[in-house]
Design a protein around this ligand. Structure first.
Ligand code: URA
Length: 242
């Protein structure tokens, strides 16, 4: 038996906190009865509905994708472009209603987690737990130590100062006037890496995400994916507790 708000969050209804509100305000029914007390526990066979609509409970699945360029990081695209979910559903073994945890831009490549575990996805994206993400960017111009320092200390984007980052200059090409920079950040603002590098005068030419927390792309070519191992799922859950 599990707490009702946890079951709701895992089904992707809303965060645990928002699910508690839904319960307290009389939106939730268990086996046809409206339940407003937070201590309520439910089992797998209990029928849970929100405003009369059954919640979707299925086995949790967790996939790690090496996202190729030219694919949208969402479950649907109004313009009909191919999404990361379409890509996984091309494999007939993947039948669950999964969605990506966070986003990578259309032209960004690299590591992306997909799951149907709404609770874990919400936690991973919560600012309190925002996991470390390492990117490698090919940028215009020769990046200086001063640029790296500014990136490390934080730059202003949209009136907000970015949180401390780690940086490393991997390569410079004086002939082509480009640099390769590694950047580790914990936040996930819209176009964050591109805007940080733009802010120090180095527009991004190519962007790749190498790691997501302790996960990396070892063994995965572009466009390939694998299921997370149970111990990796446990570790992600442990790291996002509290
Ligand atoms: N930052 C960006 O600018 N783009 C991405 O895809 C990810 C992080």
């Amino acid at each position: 038996m599990e707490r009702l708000q946890k079951v709701m969050a895992e089904a992707g209804v809303a965060s645990r906190r928002a699910s508690e509100k839904l319960i307290q305000t009389g939106h939730v029914q268990v086996n046809g009865q409206t339940v407003t007390t937070l201590g309520t526990k439910v089992g797998r066979r209990d029928d849970v509905q929100v405003d009369g609509v059954p919640i979707h409970r299925e086995q949790h699945v967790y996939y790690l994708l090496n996202k190729p360029r030219g694919v949208i990081s969402s479950a649907h695209d109004e313009k009909g472009r191919k999404t990361v979910v379409d890509l996984l559903h091309e494999d007939e073994e993947v039948t669950e209603r999964i969605y990506p945890v966070g986003r990578l831009d259309y032209d960004t490549t690299g590591i992306l987690l997909l799951t149907n575990d709404g609770d874990l996805a919400n936690r991973l994206m919560h600012p309190k737990f925002e996991v470390a993400k390492t990117y490698v960017a090919k940028v215009k111009g020769i990046v200086t130590n001063d640029d790296l320092k500014r990136l490390r200390l934080g730059v202003r984007i949209d009136g907000h100062k970015t949180k401390p980052a780690k940086t490393r200059l991997k390569e410079t090409d004086r002939h082509k006037q480009t640099s390769l920079v590694q950047l580790t950040i914990h936040e996930g603002r819209y176009h964050q890496v591109k805007r940080m590098l733009e802010a120090v005068g180095h527009p991004v030419i190519k962007l790749h995400r190498e790691t997501y927390g302790f996960l990396n792309l070892q063994g995965l070519q572009s466009g390939e994916f694998r299921e997370l191992r149970p111990e990796e799922v446990t570790k992600l859950k442990r790291q996002t507790q509290g």
